[in-house]
Design a protein around this ligand. Structure first.
Ligand code: F0G
Length: 464
């Protein structure tokens, strides 16, 4: 039987209007925002692909859970439903709610790391890197070599390089490494998954040296489904079972429920170590809240408990991965270079390869982000020299990032196939006139995390 279209496995009960603007309006709005799309009002954006974090559409069941939320300060039934869901999906014994992922990271690193320690990872996300550094420890990224080659279609480019991990342990000593972390999927490396074989290999090295293994589990369901699609022996396994197998190799995890929790806020840290959990709960009380709410409302805990189970529905994951792949394959077929293969939550355009006439220090990713907004009211995010380049504080000299990417992250259950078709048309319309655009320069930048607040100036005539 011929394959039928993979459809959105839901119908729509509540709608939010989105508003088209004219190119002239967008040119003015962009200028007023200092050409930084973070500084636009979201009502002026037609299709918002800035992030998949906290932007999911909740289900009718989740909204029902919101009504059921019990707001007792201590011992709320909403907490126990949340704890049951985390235990069922992840299999860890100790569950500590937090207001979002980075709070879980802070608690984990502050209770496990000391100054001078080293924390290896496939690739630290910005907030895990910053939280590692905040306790005086050093984050070390050990991606496999193919993870740094955008056009390489290897299936598991999120893997950690096990040889380099062993060499690092040999060199520095296991007692300086309080944990190893695996980011599922590898967001900073293109949303690429980690294979079960790699998880097992990393876990074996960790066990041999008595080092705990933690997962940054933000996009665990997408990673589990990509294992099912791409790794031998998993094609017929229920994805919930694959997820349990992933976490059976770990000692604990941090989670931002704003991604694969299908919730708008929330997170947790989980572990099998009761002694560590006791310390973490004491720290939680200091800044987040009592251990049965951890900075969340009871209704948020309900939404997460339901979301963690819904995200493992096979028809949802089939649609989710198909829509990301559809966007990637359509623009790649039109000649737009993307990080291959399409990953779990986003398509990353290789702006350096797409706009080779713009040198890295003239910010080709920033050009692409600005042009996608001008072309179609689409908001993506630069992941290149604006975000990761460095400016010498003495000389003002800029050095570029290792890659010039633009991430188009798809919010979960929010946009339909015709929205994605519109994205494809806008990107390909821009591609047809890309030779005429030039670069950008900074007119203002902060010393840290400059991408959020920077202002820019185009080095060419926008022609609007
Ligand atoms: N880990 C990963 C892999 C992430 O992608 C994020 C957030 C976090 C941790 C932190 O979670 O935001 O709940 O504190 N990523 C968002 C993004 C911001 O746009 O990729 P949080």
């Amino acid at each position: 039987m011929p394959m039928k279209t993979i459809i959105e496995p839901f119908r729509i009960k509540v709608v939010e209007p989105i508003r088209m603007t004219t190119p002239q309006e967008r040119a003015l709005l962009l200028e007023q925002a200092g050409y930084n799309v973070f500084l636009l009002r979201s009502e002026d954006v037609l299709l918002d692909l800035l992030t998949d974090s906290g932007t999911s559409a909740m289900s009718a069941e989740q909204w029902a859970g919101i009504m059921r939320g019990d707001e007792s300060y201590a011992g709320s039934p909403s907490y126990y439903r949340f704890e049951d869901a985390v235990k069922e999906v992840f299999g860890f014994e100790q569950v500590i709610p937090t207001h979002q992922g980075r709070a879980a990271e802070r608690i984990l690193f502050q209770t496990l790391c000391s100054p001078g320690d080293i924390v290896p990872s496939n690739t630290h996300f910005d907030t895990t890197r910053a939280n590692t550094e905040a306790v005086g420890a050093r984050p070390v990224d050990l991606p496999v070599p193919e993870g740094l080659r955008p056009s390489d279609p290897a299936p598991f480019k999120g893997n950690l390089d096990v040889d380099r991990l062993e060499a690092l342990i040999e060199e520095e000593g296991a007692d300086r490494i309080p944990l190893v972390m695996l980011t599922l999927t590898n967001n900073s490396g293109g949303g690429q998954p980690v294979s079960m074989a790699n998880i097992q290999a990393v876990a074996r090295v960790c066990r041999a040296h008595g080092i705990p293994l933690y997962m940054d589990a933000c996009r665990f369901a997408e990673n589990a489904y990509l294992i099912r699609l791409r790794e031998e022996g998993y094609a017929d396994r229920p994805v919930a079972e694959i997820a349990r197998e992933i976490f059976s190799w770990a000692d604990g995890c941090t989670m931002s429920a704003k991604k694969d929790g299908l919730a708008n806020i929330g997170g947790f840290v989980a572990t099998n170590d009761p002694e560590l959990a006791r310390k973490q709960r004491n720290m939680l009380i200091l800044t987040e809240g009592f251990p049965t709410y951890g900075g969340l409302a009871g209704r948020d805990l309900e939404a997460i408990a339901i979301g963690l189970r819904e995200v493992l529905h096979e028809d949802y994951l089939e649609y989710r991965l198909a829509s990301v792949r559809y966007l990637g394959e359509r623009i790649a077929a039109g000649g737009v270079p993307i990080v291959q293969p399409p990953g779990g939550h986003a398509i990353y355009i290789d702006a350096a390869a797409f706009l080779p006439h713009i040198p890295p220090l003239e910010l080709p990713g920033q050009t692409l982000v600005a042009e996608l907004y001008l072309e179609g009211g689409i908001r993506g995010v630069e992941v290149g020299t604006v975000m990761f380049g460095r400016r010498d504080p003495e000389t003002g000299e800029e050095s570029p990032a290792s890659m010039e990417l633009v991430r188009l992250a798809l919010p979960r259950r929010v946009y339909t196939q015709s929205h994605v078709d519109f994205m494809v048309e806008a990107i390909l319309d821009f591609a047809a006139r890309k030779e005429a655009v030039g670069g950008y320069r900074f007119t203002y930048q902060a010393d840290v995390l400059r991408h959020f607040t920077a202002n820019f100036e185009p080095l060419y005539d926008l022609g609007v």
